[in-house]
Every structure is written in structure tokens, then in C-alpha cells.
Design a protein around this ligand. Structure first.
Ligand SMILES: [Zn+2]
Length: 239
């Protein structure tokens, strides 16, 4: 979210730059309706407005909230950057196959995103990576070493290795003061990649192993037992 003289996102009175849920990036959106919550008795700094927006690219609808930052009554730019009230980036619950503690950590990361605490999001995502390693009984001295071990165990491979590396680096940047903030887009991407990682490790890998077991059973000649290797056991059984 950017533009506007004070970062309010409004490029014209009836247009705002706001992150679009469908486009996945900040786009100009038309303001289709607006409600002002103004209570003179409690001061101008409590002045709030809620806008119904429509993305000019895809037409998706959203609801944003802003707070007044200056007292100038007719200044259209005297509002805080838009905070999305609806829709959330992702309101779908994680699979129950993901361990409860990791789901709780992930929910905290989502909550951080909902209140625009973008630095906290990437730190929470890094923490979830640690949790995945811990859940696989991997407790190396550094997260980098733990992720390498996770890869050597076959829990992650290919592009997921690249994702976890980038998420770890982003989490490190978030954990230490650099003078630069984490952008909304980076936080949203970190959250989405983290969800995909949890799905891969705990949902789809398990489903694939069960699929292969069924196929092995259906192909085995009658009267012969099927050998199942250690790698075919559930992640939590062997680790
Ligand atoms: Zn859009």
C-alpha cells in the first residue's frame, strides 16, 4: 500500500491503492461506498472511516478501515494507510493433520498479519519452520542445519527447500533491527508459503504415501505379504 501524500493510499478522493485479494498485489480500487464514524466529543483522532472498494483490474470487492491522522477537515489525504477488514488473506483452517501446536503458531502468524504486524509475521513463520524440524525430532544448533537435516530425511525436497531457505532468511531479517520494515507483500507471501509447506509436509506427503501403499497392495501377487519400508510410516510414528 502506498501513494497518497501521507501514505493514506488515496490517489484521488474516490480511488485508493490497496492490496487486492485476487490480484495478489496492490492495485487502484474505486471507492463504492463509505461510512464515517465520527464522534466529536471524543476528539478528531478517533475519527474512523470504512470504505467499500472495488479493484479496477479484477473487480474484486473489499472493505477497508482508516483512521484520521490530521485535523484538516477537507484534506482527503489526512487518513492512515488502509487496513483490510475483509476479506482476510486466507480464512481457511489448516488441516487437522498439521500438529496442533503448529496450527496454533500459524494462527498467531495470521493474527499478526491481520493487524499489519508484518515483521512479527515473518518471525512467526521462522518459528514455525523450527517447529516443523522439532516435530521431526531435529534439534540442530542452527535452523539452517536443522532444515538441511529435514531435507536429508526426505520431508522436504526440490522447490520446498528453496522456499524454506528464503523464509528462514526473511525471518532472520525480521528478528534483527535493520532500519527497514517488512512489506505487506513479503508478509503475505511468507504466510502463504508457510501454509503450502505445512500442507505438503503433513497432508500431501502422507496422502501420497498412503496412495503408494494401496497401489503396492493392489499389485502384490495373491498370497504374498507386502513389505512396507520405514519411509512409508507416518511422520509422527517414526520421529
Ligand atoms: Zn484485483
Amino acid at each position: 500500500m502506498s501513494d497518497g501524500q501521507d501514505g493514506s493510499g488515496f490517489v484521488k478522493e474516490q480511488q485508493v491503492v490497496v492490496e487486492c485479494y485476487l490480484c495478489g498485489v496492490a492495485e487502484i480500487a474505486f471507492v463504492r461506498g463509505q461510512v464515517r464514524i465520527h464522534e466529536p466529543d471524543i476528539g478528531w483522532d478517533k475519527d474512523t472511516r470504512v470504505s467499500l472498494t472495488q479493484c479496477h483490474v479484477c473487480g474484486d470487492i473489499g472493505l477497508i478501515q482508516q483512521f484520521r491522522t490530521h485535523y484538516f477537515e477537507h484534506d482527503p489525504f489526512a487518513w492512515s494507510p488502509p487496513e483490510r477488514l475483509w476479506p482476510w488473506p486466507d480464512t481457511v483452517a489448516l488441516s487437522l493433520s498439521v500438529p496442533e501446536q503448529l496450527r496454533a503458531e500459524h494462527e498467531q502468524a495470521r493474527n499478526c498479519y491481520r493487524v499489519n504486524a508484518h515483521t512479527a509475521v515473518v518471525v512467526m513463520v521462522r518459528r514455525i519452520l523450527e517447529g516443523v524440524c522439532f516435530d521431526h525430532n531435529i534439534k540442530e544448533k542452527t535452523l539452517m542445519a536443522s532444515l538441511k537435516k529435514l531435507q536429508s530425511q526426505g520431508a522436504i525436497d526440490g522447490q520446498l527447500v528453496e522456499w524454506t531457505t528464503e523464509l528462514r532468511v526473511l525471518g532472520n531479517e525480521g528478528a534483527h533491527y535493520t532500519g527497514r520494515g517488512v512489506t505487506s507483500q513479503d508478509a503475505a507471501d511468507a504466510l502463504a508459503l508457510c501454509e503450502a509447506l505445512l500442507d505438503h509436509v503433513y497432508v500431501f506427503s502422507r496422502r501420497f504415501r498412503e496412495f503408494m501403499k494401496r497401489r503396492a497392495c493392489s499389485k502384490a501377487p495373491t498370497g504374498l505379504s507386502v513389505q512396507v519400508s520405514d519411509a512409508d510410516t507416518e511422520p509422527n510414528e517414526s520421529t
